[in-house]
Design a protein around this ligand. Structure first.
Ligand SMILES: [Zn+2]
Length: 234
């Protein structure tokens, strides 16, 4: 058993802006009486949001692609059978060290958490886009050809928050690269049709240590130029 120490916790805040409409689907149940065929995920107040798990999944998959390109051996989630901790417990890949794994012999918590991202101001109306379903085999228009996709309009700003714990320098490097890459790769559904382009501007960081929690040293709050400098060194 490994006893973990809290070395450093960093809370990063920023704004995620939709450059094109975003569709993050809500699981449909047979009781759904939605007007659109593909509704978006909404909270109990009817506000759309981006689940932290979607953000994490996207950033992780970009991290895996970058690490592989750099010649690192990286496992292949989401099936835990193919992930570190099932076969080779002592040798976690860099992505499992950052994002965690739930292998059969060892499970490690993620060092990065993404909070659900909510719109900074209330989203009044969502929009509906119409798609045409093609029959993949024949390339012709399918029987029920038209379907509708609900989306959050471009220009919507979401509050972004991410919490990291005890990241090593090489882990910061990969995480930072993956965050740059996920923005360009797009988020949610219909990305191939131009949806889900986002921009992310990180604005501030709070850096906390076990000593700052004990009141033995001041916690650091960085914003503006100070934050930019700190982030560029990561
Ligand atoms: Zn792994």
């Amino acid at each position: 058993m490994v006893f973990e120490k809290l070395e450093e916790r960093v809370i990063l805040n920023g704004t995620l802006t939709l450059l094109t409409p975003l569709h993050i689907g809500s699981p449909k149940t047979e009781f759904d009486i939605e007007k659109v065929d593909m509704p978006i995920l909404k909270d109990t107040q009817g506000q759309p949001y981006i689940p932290g798990s979607s953000l994490k999944g996207k950033v992780r998959s970009e991290a895996e692609r970058i690490a592989r390109k750099e010649g690192e051996t990286v496992c292949t989630p989401p099936d835990t059978k193919n992930m570190c901790g099932t076969e080779a417990p002592n040798n976690l890949c860099i992505c499992c060290r950052i994002f965690g794994t739930a292998g059969n012999t060892i499970s490690v918590a993620s060092k990065v958490r993404f909070r659900d991202a909510y719109p900074k101001t209330r989203v009044g109306e969502t929009m509906t886009r119409v798609g045409i379903a093609m029959d993949r085999a024949t390339g012709t228009v399918a029987k029920k050809a038209l379907y509708s996709i609900e989306a959050i309009p471009a220009g919507t700003n979401f509050g972004f928050e991410m919490v990291t714990e005890n990241l090593a320098q090489e882990e910061w490097k990969l995480l930072k690269a993956a965050m740059g890459s996920f923005i360009d790769a797009g988020l949610g559904g219909s990305v191939s049709r131009g949806m889900g382009k986002v921009n992310l501007v990180l604005e501030s960081a709070s850096i906390k240590t076990s000593k700052s929690y004990l009141g033995k040293e001041k916690e650091q709050s960085l914003s503006g130029e100070e934050f930019k400098k700190w982030w560029s060194r990561k």
